[in-house]
Design a protein. Structure first.
Length: 272
């Protein structure tokens, strides 16, 4: 994104997120009939800002449709393609070493989300990686202490979808306590967007493990302090961030992940 227009694109991304939450029907409810991505950009002035908003959200622009098993229209797919082409990933020589993996993983998430919808993107221009390739660099911070790991996952929250199984999600599942500590830290700092994104990762971990959301381990005071019940944290964040559309979009995705985890947990209870 051009740095001189960052504020404008941030505003546009917020408007798109608000439109997606509204079209998704809110509070984890089934989306409205005819829910389409392109209709959620109607409130954004200017084609450049509409495309920029879609590019900023990346795979999250399609997340609610994917989770609701809705098929985006041809118009939606063309909108995403135009966004990627209008705002291509920076070339390696133009990108800091710490930023290149972030671009690669976010574009990996978008391309694989599209592939899951049956969209062929081999000839699309603008992605950080060629089709069929995986990022060639580790995620900065993922191998460090828990604060750096949590910070890395905040930047890669668009990968937290059931359809995007990969090394980032697998590694996160093995370090859920670090993610919970990051969530607590973000709440204490009132960094609601980071808190929502970390809660989303925890909801995905529970859903992929086919279990209900974890409860605190009261035998270990340190662990108990970090293992905040995710559902309670999500609703707390939703209340505090009622006027923050990017946070609300994360909340809607997380609610759907939690619903999946609860339904799995209920089925398990009846079968034992």
């Amino acid at each position: 994104m051009p740095t001189t227009q960052t504020a404008g694109f941030e505003t546009a991304a917020g408007a798109l997120a608000k439109g997606l939450v509204r079209a998704g029907n809110g509070a984890g409810q089934p989306p409205h009939r005819g829910f389409q991505l392109h209709r959620c950009t109607d409130g954004i002035h200017g084609a450049v800002h509409r495309l920029g908003a879609v590019r900023m959200l990346g795979a999250d622009a399609l997340a609610l449709q994917v989770l609701a098993r809705l098929t985006p229209s041809a118009t939606d797919i063309m909108l995403v393609r135009e966004a990627v082409q209008a705002f291509p990933a920076p070339l390696p020589a133009e990108c800091a070493d710490t930023e290149r993996p972030v671009w690669q993983w976010r574009d990996w998430a978008l391309r694989n989300t599209l592939a899951g919808l049956g969209v062929e993107t081999t000839d699309w221009e603008g992605f950080a990686l060629p089709a069929g390739t995986a990022p060639d660099a580790p995620v900065p911070g993922m191998g460090g202490p828990w604060p750096s790991r949590a910070a890395a996952l905040v930047r890669l929250s668009s990968l937290a979808l059931p359809s995007l199984a990969g090394p980032v999600a697998a590694r996160t599942a093995h370090h859920s306590l670090d993610v919970r500590r990051g969530l607590v830290r973000a709440l204490l700092r009132r960094d609601l967007l980071s808190a929502a994104r970390l809660a989303r990762w925890l909801a995905l971990t529970d859903a992929q493990a086919d279990r209900a959301p974890a409860l605190p381990d009261t035998a270990d005071p340190v662990r108990a302090a970090a293992e905040v019940p995710v559902g309670s944290a999500v609703e707390h964040i939703a209340l505090l961030a009622a006027e923050e559309p990017r946070v609300q979009l994360e909340i809607e995705v997380t609610r759907r992940l939690l619903d999946h985890g609860r339904s799995v947990g209920e089925k398990s209870a009846w079968t034992h």
